[in-house]
Design a binder for this molecule. Structure first.
Ligand SMILES: Nc1nc2c(ncn2[C@@H]2O[C@H](COP(=O)(O)OP(=O)(O)OP(=O)(O)O)[C@@H](O)[C@H]2O)c(=O)[nH]1
Ligand SMILES: [Mg+2]
Length: 613
């Protein structure tokens, strides 16, 4: 049997390689309208027109083979066959952005000069046409000396022709490697080749330039960005409420039905206290998660996200970081894990390390249930002015607290352990695109599914274990079940340390399983109070109501402050270990974040007590 042919996708960042990869293999790699989305090598299967299967490899975008960022290194190694146990790819698909041809031709020449079988996918011809740019693929083919196929990856246009030409290259004898051409020579050649390939060009780019003039304006731009984020957090509360209430009602109804129909038993307790109260208390946050991601996905696909990075560059350089760090940090609003992985596009090792260390301070979506339940219980649903709710404002403030904390830590780190000069920021701005509804819905569905899967696996498992530890040994008559249980005893121990910052025993208990995932804190509280409830009526009342009657406001605020900082996520620690190749930095991260959490929760608690709240 002959060896499986391998074909690698190469090109500048944001050329549409992953979109092409998804279209050809049916995979669902993340694509977004900014450079540096893909940071790893990913492989998938395709079938060539001859019926022969082949392996297609998606790679991080690159500006050149001598680049230094970790993601670009992956590309270089794969293309040169330097990766262990992997041969040089049999063919390369060079993906070029038709509307940015001159820029993309600089790296393209380097790829073609390797003398290996190459097919050019002249991608995004739809966008070029929209901008009034008509290209001549034949002229490009003549100038580059390799086949050129126009494609529109996101509309699956040109895929058959591309595969056809790829099949042909199997028969091609690869050319000889060409002598090295210097960067200035390649730049000059790129301009000439691009010029020769342009059939006509009109300037309909005016609208976009106008948009950029407003959105990137140093005064207006940040106001718009701030306003957008503000609206986003208001929406998380205002729009989600009816859906969240409906979900809550449904879960309550199921719980009531189980209690009414099942005889009293351990199994019934498990279903109502563990599964429904615990996991259910997390699932009701699905609408909030979906709304948050709808905003993020729209910002990513329109091209606004890269503009936000550009805007933030000045602020970031003030604390010794560059706008390069902005995108990993922004990804961390979803989850710190992809955020930390996205730092691979940062070339400077100290910049990268700093970004990794502060990424967990960005408010990830797992904190949303924790914040929301406390806000719903303790912050009145008032409007400050029409349309501006107090609850949304508090949520916004918590996000801001995380950001300010991260910037302060970065400032300190850049003066001490990761001292060094901030590197300059280079990032080309992607063109504006209207988001496609199907992509948006698909993206939302994926996010919702990830959330529900977490609820069904890790959150469920942690809640079950906690429920077991809470339910045994059984209490003597007159004794409270939580007091009697194993979990209660453990919590008493931890409570000694946490009592000075205003935490009660239930919080102390919740923080342990919440190391698995932050949402578990909510599930744990719900389960603990359900187990503790002495009658079914008390059991049936919502978690927010229970918290309101049992916690003081200073305790609730201290709990919020804790979650702004605390590294309650083992996966983040694990990914930090992997990305920094050792235990040193994850330990530094754990220690400093717990210390900050403790100090700030304490300050919050005692200030609130002093203010008489
Ligand atoms: N209109 C249009 N948009 C496209 C086309 N191909 C890709 N896109 C969009 O361009 C953006 C970038 O696509 P990606 O596939 O993420 O680009 P990439 O080359 O993998 O980028 P990196 O992973 O950062 O190197 C996304 O928003 C895509 O939806 C195309 O042919 N036409
Ligand atoms: Mg990609």
């Amino acid at each position: 049997m002959s060896k499986l042919r391998t074909i690698a996708l190469v090109g500048n960042p944001n050329a549409g390689k992953s979109a092409l990869f998804n279209a050809l293999t049916g995979a669902r790699q993340k694509i977004a309208n900014y450079p540096g989305v893909t940071v790893e090598r990913k492989a998938g299967r395709i079938t060539l027109p001859s019926g022969q299967p082949a392996e297609l490899i998606d790679l991080p975008g690159s500006y050149g083979f001598d680049a230094t960022s970790p993601d670009e290194e992956v590309t270089r190694k794969v293309v040169h066959g330097e990766l262990e146990g992997e041969a040089v790819p049999d063919a390369l698909v060079l993906v070029l952005d038709a509307a940015n041809l001159e820029q993309h031709l600089v790296f393209a020449q380097e790829v073609i000069a390797l003398g290996r079988p190459v097919v050019v996918a002249l991608n995004m011809v739809d966008l070029a046409e929209r901008d009034g740019l008509i290209l001549d693929p034949a002229a490009l083919e003549a100038a580059l000396g390799v086949p050129v196929v126009p494609t529109v990856a996101v509309r699956r246009r040109g895929l058959d022709a591309l595969l056809e030409r790829l099949g042909d290259t199997a028969a091609h004898q690869s050319g000889d490697p060409q002598p090295h051409i210097t960067l200035p020579e390649r730049r000059l050649a790129a301009r000439n080749i691009a010029k020769a390939a342009i059939l006509s060009e009109t300037s309909t780019r005016r609208l976009h330039t106008g948009l950029d003039r407003v959105l990137l304006n140093p005064w207006v731009g940040p106001v718009i960005l701030f306003g957008l984020l503000f609206v986003m957090f208001q929406a998380v509360f205002a729009w989600a409420t009816p859906f969240a209430d409906a979900l809550d009602g449904a879960i309550g109804a199921i719980s009531g039905w189980v209690t009414a129909t099942m005889p009293e038993s351990l199994l019934r307790d498990f279903i109502t206290e563990g599964a429904l109260a615990g996991v259910g208390s997390v699932i009701v946050f699905l609408p909030q998660i979906v709304i948050l991601f709808a905003f993020i996905l729209v910002m990513e696909s329109t091209g606004y996200m890269a503009r936000a990075a550009f805007l933030m560059d000045r602020l970031m350089s003030g604390v010794g970081l560059s706008g390069r760090s902005f995108i990993p940090l922004l990804s961390s609003f979803a989850c710190a894990i992809p955020g930390i992985m996205a730092t691979r596009s940062i070339a400077d090792p100290k910049d990268r390390l700093t970004t990794i260390l502060i990424a967990p301070l960005m408010t990830c979506s797992a904190r949303l249930p924790v914040y929301t339940i406390i806000i719903a219980a303790f912050i009145p649903n008032d409007s400050i002015v029409t349309g501006v709710g107090l609850q949304g404002l508090v949520l916004f403030a918590l996000y801001v607290a995380g950001i300010v904390g991260a910037m302060a830590v970065a400032l300190i780190l850049r003066r001490t352990i990761t001292a060094g000069a901030a590197s300059g920021f280079i990032m080309e701005l992607p063109r504006y695109q209207l988001p496609r509804l199907t992509d948006l819905l698909m993206g939302l569905w994926q996010r919702a599914w990830v959330f529900l899967r977490r609820a069904g696996t890790i959150i469920f498992a942690a809640t079950v274990i906690l429920w077991l530890l809470l339910s045994f040994p059984k209490a003597e008559p007159g004794e409270s079940q939580v007091d009697a249980s194993v979990a209660g005893t453990v919590a008493d121990g931890l409570h000694v340390v946490l009592a000075p910052i205003g935490f009660n025993r239930e919080i102390s208990l919740a923080l342990i399983p919440a190391m698995a995932a932050r949402e578990v804190a909510v599930a744990s509280l719900a389960t603990t109070y359900a187990v503790d409830a002495d009658d079914e009526e008390a059991e049936a009342e919502g978690l927010a109501t229970t918290l309101k009657t049992r916690w003081s406001l200073p305790t609730a605020l201290a709990f919020l402050a804790w979650f702004v900082f605390a590294p309650q996520c083992l996966s983040t620690i694990a990914v930090t270990r992997r990305e920094t190749n050792g235990w040193k930095w994850p330990i530094v991260m754990l220690v400093y974040l717990f210390a900050l959490a403790y100090v700030f929760a304490g300050i919050t608690y005692w200030s609130a007590v002093a203010l008489g709240l």
